[in-house]
Ligand binder design. Sequence first.
Ligand SMILES: [Zn+2]
Length: 220
Amino acid sequence: MALTSRTPGYRHALANEDSRPDFAKNFEKNKPDFVTSVDYATDEILEKLKNKLGYVPPDGAWAKSLPLELNLTGAGSRTRIFLLPQAFSEKYKMAPKNRKEDIGMAVSNVISSHEFSHAEHYFEGFEDYPHNRFIDNDGNLNQRVFGAADELLAHKAEYDGLKSQKKKSRTSFFDLYLSSISQQASRYYSWLFEEKFVSGLDPKFVDSLRENLDPKLLFR
Ligand SMILES: [Zn+2]
């Protein structure tokens, strides 16, 4: 899903914590039906996520998609999305105005490309990989390999989304950020080569994932 304009509101939300819930809610205007909500993760929400699900945002994460159906089988679940406080880090507050605008576009793109892509996978599965291919010999969903494909394709959606807006950027932030996307994604790609993660799946299917989800192909 493409963004229609620069991102009015990010700089305001960066400076004013009170406006962040509205900034997050604004993404609901363009959300697909299988996304139920986009909310700012206030301290209260973060506390609940930690207590109920054991979720603590990893360093630097800007957003989190949570499927409503926690027993994920690869399709049919709608998703809640949370915009995390780290998207408004203190270090971004010190950036010059143009750089803040660029960071704001990257933050918006994380929601409308990366997180919406996760939500699509949880609801519709993968376009090219039926979810039964991720079921192992014991009849269980291979969470690792499903997760690797899920993240690699979400990173690709994010990469393509940001790249398509590159002419709007005014600083070097996009270049740095685009190369960081492919670096982050490489970690997930490496899971496809771990014998303990792929065992129990059809080796031909694993080979096709290795071939088609290679970061060298995805991010260019
Ligand atoms: Zn992700």
